[in-house]
Design a protein around this ligand. Structure first.
Ligand code: BG6
Length: 490
């Protein structure tokens, strides 16, 4: 579907996200000829820079990060001609005149306000846009994470933004939903007859969802130390992945059909009590170690780290969903920084065969599993038992592999490219609705409260490992192992 003409306004336009992700994403879509000829990107910043100075910053900061498609002078010139820099104080409605002047007046031109700013100023920006007459039924607002730090602050954001924009105009970004394989999971579940009948407690033993990063906190300590892995990754990315795995089949791909189904999952998550929480959640903090053979410092020795920080950089937990489909099936969720490997994957493990007809005991059969790899190498892998060639009848684990890059040669889209296109098209399916956001915080809140009132420290783990040993014990208690413990070659 061709996009209609738009003015995309990036608040936080000279910030990290705009430079690293949003402008490169828009460049890629420009090169793919997705953008209308006159569409513009208005970058809003506080700095009193001229248009030329701002473009110079884009040239030195953003351009080098564009790896593919390679930048050509002609395409770069066409792209930068779309960029307009506007300097104003986002929290002062009386300073918005330059933005009013920069925006084209025709209401048919879609206005998208992308708030890549701290959430503390979302409300003021929305109010200021309204006061300056910049909100019409054809405007949209995009909210970047963190969308609150607990239930109360998330509710406040929803209420304040909701005073200015209708829910159908609000796009709450979770960039994991823009990843190709997440959408492929929808295709896998609802575009095939094979899986859905088995997608339930009778046939599935457990589900593991892991997002592991090799990177440390780097220069984001100011933000990260007040957040931690639970808020930064689990409340949003991991829970969204869990929703897509566990939701009931929606009636269509329409936004509210999908979002209703996800909401039902969030509301069915078993609530933690102080006792179950202590048994089912492990939090850790990285210490010095080696990642890819390189020595890396401890979290507390990273620049600007508080000396006695209790912020977790790792969380592993066993969650459960109280529904007929999922009761009793553990969902193990895990995320961490400075881990042994950088990967994001979902592993669905099926139950053991009930009886072996071969001269091999049942427990020598590896239960079937489906591995959905989000990154780095996007694909699906189905593990099956097969006969080893030759004489006799010995069965061994074999793999059916679908490598998306091999299979589909068409160029990939980064998550932000896809999500920005969806915003510009007015397609809400891959964005969180307000009630979903609140339901996710509501479930996480008892954990936050418990950690807040508990003065113990997260468990230390060496950088370059898979986290504290307690994470293995957590899953080991159920007679299971994390995937890398079963398949060390991966
Ligand atoms: C962000 C978190 O939302 O996701 C970061 O704030 C994290 O801490 C990042 O590094 C991971 O995203 P990706 O796409 O690189 O896996």
């Amino acid at each position: 579907m061709a996009l209609s003409d738009f003015d995309l306004v990036l608040f936080g336009g000279s910030g990290d996200l705009a430079m690293r992700k949003l402008l490169p994403a828009m460049y890629a879509r420009d090169v793919a000829n997705d953008l209308p000829a006159t569409a513009r990107i208005i970058c809003v910043g506080r700095a009193d820079a001229s248009q030329e100075e701002f473009l110079q910053t884009v040239e030195t900061t953003s351009k080098p990060l564009i790896k593919s498609p390679a930048v050509t002078p002609a395409a770069w010139a066409r792209f930068t001609a779309r960029i307009v820099y506007v300097s104003l104080n986002a929290t002062d409605a009386s300073s918005y005149k330059p933005l009013v002047e920069a925006l084209r007046k025709e209401d048919a031109i879609t206005k998208v306000y992308y708030l890549a700013t701290p959430p503390a100023i979302f409300a003021q920006i929305c109010e200021a846009l309204k006061e300056n007459g910049l909100v019409t039924p054809n405007s949209r607002v995009v909210l970047e994470k963190p969308l609150g730090r607990d239930l109360a602050s998330a509710k406040q954001i929803n209420a304040e933004v909701g005073k200015v924009f209708e829910e159908s105009q609000i796009y709450r970004i979770d960039h994991y939903l823009g990843k190709e394989t997440v959408q492929n999971l929808l295709a896998l579940r609802f575009g095939n007859i094979l899986f859905e009948p088995l997608w339930r407690r009778e046939w599935i033993s457990d589900v593991q969802i892991t997002i592991a990063e090799k990177l440390g906190v780097g220069n984001r300590m100011g933000y990260y130390d007040t957040s931690g892995a639970l808020r930064d990754m689990l409340q949003n990315h991991l829970l969204q992945l869990l929703c897509i795995v566990a939701m009931e089949p929606p009636t269509s791909i329409a936004p509210d059909a999908v979002r209703d189904a996800k909401l039902q999952v969030l509301r069915s998550l078993k609530k933690f009590t102080p006792t179950t929480l202590a048994q089912n959640i492990v939090r850790g903090q990285y210490r010095a170690g080696h990642v890819d053979g390189k020595a890396v410092p401890s979290y507390r020795d990273e620049p600007d780290a508080p000396e006695h920080s209790r912020t977790e950089t790792f969380v592993a937990m066993k969650a459960e969903i109280d529904t007929w489909r999922w009761a009793g099936v553990p969902f193990y969720l895990r995320t961490g920084k400075r881990m042994a490997d950088g990967l994001a994957e979902i592993v669905v493990r099926f139950k053991q065969i009930p009886h072996s007809i071969f001269n091999q005991p049942t427990n020598s059969f590896q239960p079937n599993s489906l591995v959905i790899r989000l990154q780095p190498d996007e694909g699906l892998r189905m593990n099956l038992m097969a006969k080893t060639p030759g004489d006799g009848m010995r069965l061994k684990q074999a793999e059916l592999e679908l490598d998306f890059r091999e299979q589909f040669k068409s160029p990939r889209m980064e998550a932000y490219e896809r999500l920005l296109l969806d915003v510009l098209r007015g397609q809400l399916t891959l964005f969180m609705r307000g009630d979903e956001l609140e339901a996710a915080w509501e479930w996480v809140e008892p954990i936050l409260d418990n950690w807040e009132s508990d003065d113990s420290y997260p468990l230390p783990y060496s950088s370059g490992t898979w986290g504290p040993a307690a994470a293995s014990a957590l899953i080991g208690r159920d007679g299971l192992q994390w995937r890398e413990e079963v398949l060390p070659e991966d």
